[in-house]
Design a protein around this ligand. Structure first.
Ligand code: ZN
Length: 598
């Protein structure tokens, strides 16, 4: 039997904004609201009208450009003790915001009424009655957030219920039971929600916090006990440990409890929604997030990958495409042949001897390389196993120096004159590269040693592949693998590079951070040349740009952006550029330039 569907109420722009480190601009809130509107959220709470200029601007904008489907909500408190609702300026700001829905937060626990608000139960009930009736008289849909309801119910159920009944008698559209401190267990939530549903002839909602990592479980418990509205945030952002994570809750409701069948929830946009809001919140995207994380459908153990090859459901609870995510087969020291076979196919490589490739990967991983993070380095490793493969270039020597602006030695003068203070440093790199049996020297300066190497490397290769300058270094991460070895520790470097909409990752590993960075940079440039210029990666010989492009997409290394139009429009442009590359390269190959200094 299907249950009634629960209304979805998002408070990312209000409660989510209360999370440490989140600071939304008006543009951020409006962009999030529009994304939620398109996704199919029923209610979107934007903030406190009258509380700050950002929220005022948001409500002003929405009043003139309302959302398409979602109802937008103004949030505020009931009138203050001793003040008539009609005279309360904060309530006036709510009513004048233009929002069709108003949510009023009210005290519902004796402790908070008497000790925090410092008033009486009778006055608190008067404030609720007066505020709800006033907002209803102005034609608003009104919800009451009963703050600390579960804690209040536990210590004095009769007062908590009187608060709810006051709102119902005043005409409220629904009451929301809040587990404000996030300490209630699902069994208790079920019990209390069922009790309230029996007592009140009114819609009941749930607002849960995640202090015990139970907010989603508590929301589900409430819905299964009769709650018809759930409040939450995207990615679970919110005060302290956050709120009910709608990104986890929504697919669970739809796919496990068969809710929203008749509704217009675009579940295939779930992963995108999560990432858009993470980006707007300036938060790192959680790779391990259920349903939408990079690792949510990543298979590492050899046994798992082998089973997945036979039956896709063997280690997945849903098809990742249902939520807009995708499956990943990882290759690591825990991988079996099945992992590698599937990975080789995904990378569009060919490997003659799978066992020896697997053995080489495991040897490298034992030394610290982590190929599950660097598909492009893995593809190169496999390619280099082919005795006929020729690397487009090889670094023969390189050096990196760091000095102060006054060209003084860091180890001597700086430590004396600057102590531990940061100095105005200069970084220089010199590199000797062999290309087509010719050596090229170049030197460059950078803001850091890695940028200096990157510039010097590209300068050495510029005569052959000037397009290398179009590669952007978009991310760089360093991890110390054996910190107990202190300054002699092994360093793992991960680099993400970008060319137009295509993104690829490479790795390096060494006891020197500079050398590990150099390896990852060289892999990045070699991958670019072989993938975009020569087409070596696809069939071992030059192929059409279209084929190269297809291979790139199949390998999963493209950005996966939703802009299919831009992808199509970029294709012919890419083909022209590719033809230019190959024509020029066929002319320049084998040119005898001798040793040069760039
Ligand atoms: Zn809250």
């Amino acid at each position: 039997m299907k249950k009634d569907t629960a209304l979805l109420y998002d408070t990312t722009c209000r409660d989510g904004a209360q999370m440490q480190g989140i600071q939304f601009s008006a543009q951020d809130k409006l962009a999030i609201a529009q994304t939620l509107d398109r996704f199919g959220i029923d209610y979107i709470e934007l903030g406190w009208p009258g509380a700050n200029p950002v929220d005022d601007k948001v409500f002003e904008q929405l009043a003139s450009h309302p959302l398409q489907k979602s109802k937008w909500v103004a949030f505020g408190a009931t009138c203050k003790p001793g003040i008539d609702a009609k005279e309360d300026p904060q309530l006036s700001a709510l009513l004048n915001s233009g929002a069709p829905v108003v949510t009023l937060v009210a005290k519902s626990s004796t402790f908070h009424i008497e000790k925090i608000l410092e008033t009486t139960v009778t006055e608190n009930i008067r404030m609720i009655t007066d505020s709800v009736a006033h907002c209803k008289s102005r034609g608003k849909e009104v919800w009451l957030d009963a703050e600390h309801f579960f804690d209040g119910f536990k210590s004095d159920a009769s007062v908590s219920m009187q608060c709810l009944k006051a709102a119902v008698d005043a005409g409220v559209d629904g009451v929301v039971l809040c587990d404000t401190n996030g300490g209630t267990l699902p069994s208790k939530v079920s019990e209390v929600v069922a009790f309230v549903k029996r007592q009140l002839n009114c819609a009941v909602g749930i607002h849960a916090h995640n202090d015990c990592e139970l907010a989603v479980a508590n929301a589900l418990a409430a819905i299964e006990s009769g709650a018809s509205m759930v409040q939450g945030t995207i990615n679970g952002y919110g005060e302290r440990c956050g709120n009910t994570n709608l990104i986890s809750l929504i697919p669970t409701l739809q796919l496990k409890l068969e809710q929203f069948d008749e509704r217009n929830i675009d579940l295939k946009k779930l992963t995108e929604l999560s990432r858009v809001v993470a980006s707007r919140s300036n938060k790192m995207f959680d790779a391990f997030a259920p349903y939408v994380g990079d690792s949510a459908f990543a298979h590492k153990a050899g046994l798992h990958a082998s089973a997945m090859h036979k039956h896709r459901q063997s280690y997945e609870h849903i098809d990742p495409e249902l939520v807009g995510n995708h499956r990943k087969i990882l290759v690591s020291n825990q991988a079996g042949r099945s992992n590698l076979k599937q990975k080789v196919e995904a990378l569009n490589c060919t490997v003659d001897n799978l066992p020896s490739a697997l053995s080489l990967i495991k040897q490298k991983e034992a030394c610290g390389y982590q190929f599950e993070e660097g598909d492009a380095s893995l593809a190169l490793l496999l390619k280099r196993m082919d005795e006929h493969y020729v690397s487009p270039f090889a670094v023969q020597e390189f050096s990196v120096t760091t000095s102060s602006r006054a060209s003084r030695s860091i180890s001597s003068t700086l430590t004396r004159s600057l102590g531990n203070a940061s100095a105005d440093l200069l970084h220089h790199a010199a590199i000797k590269v062999m290309v087509a049996e010719q050596s090229f020297w170049s030197a460059a300066e950078g803001n850091g040693p890695v940028e200096a190497i990157d510039k010097a490397l590209k300068a050495s290769l510029n005569h052959q592949w000037p397009e290398l300058h179009q590669i952007e270094l978009t991310d760089y991460k360093v991890r110390i693998l054996d910190p107990e070895s202190a300054t002699a520790a092994t360093t793992h470097v991960w680099i993400e590079s970008k060319f137009r909409e295509n993104v690829w990752q490479t790795i390096g590993c060494s006891t020197s951070i500079i050398d590990a960075s150099r390896q990852a940079l060289c892999d990045s440039l070699e991958y670019f040349i072989q993938h975009f210029v020569t087409g070596e990666f696809v069939t071992g010989k030059c192929v059409t740009a279209k084929t190269t492009r297809q291979a790139l997409n199949h390998s999963g290394l493209d950005s996966g952006g939703s802009g299919s139009d831009s992808e199509k429009s970029g294709e012919s442009e890419f083909t022209d550029e590719y033809n230019d590359f190959t024509t020029r390269n066929s002319k320049t190959k084998g040119a005898s330039n001798g040793d040069q200094a760039a």
